[in-house]
Design a protein around this ligand. Sequence first.
Ligand SMILES: [Fe+2]
Length: 187
Amino acid sequence: VHLNRQELSWLLAAFREGRISEEAVVSRLQSDGSEPEVPAERRVSLLTVLDQFRAAEESGAETLRKWALLTESAYLVGGLRAAAAREAQHALLLDQRLRELGGVPRAEIPHWLRRLNAEISDPATEDAVRLAIIVRSLPDADRIAGEVNELTEAAGDPLTTELLRNICADDLVTFRWFVSAHHMIGG
Ligand SMILES: [Fe+2]
């Protein structure tokens, strides 16, 4: 086993905190070093960021579904259902990749996102305000995607990199739709 002391501490800490599965620890301990291994520290931070991204996508899907039920605009319902479906799909793809890499989905969304979701799901909020909030806040979500991308490239993981590239391309479609809806309804 080609594993130094520091890497071992990282693996064990990640396992204790529930960020990686027992199988992931065992398979790392059993690997004979024939495959180039990504250092545990970098791997664990990739799993953490993938998990955070997964949680954000899942919460986004849920919020957009709620909004589609709240709005009286048929135009918005059409776009929101399609956007919610894309987000839900992203959450599933990230969940699958996280588990393949030995991670455990457990991340919770950050405070700013929880507040944003609550504001959008509030029946008292007007659509124009919801759209303004979304258009103002979405570039923040891109930051997470950028962070994951950097990590996958550093980890030499082409599958995850390509998955993220496709997810980000979809998110751009969603973002553009929000911008046009904002122009149309937000005035
Ligand atoms: Fe997404």
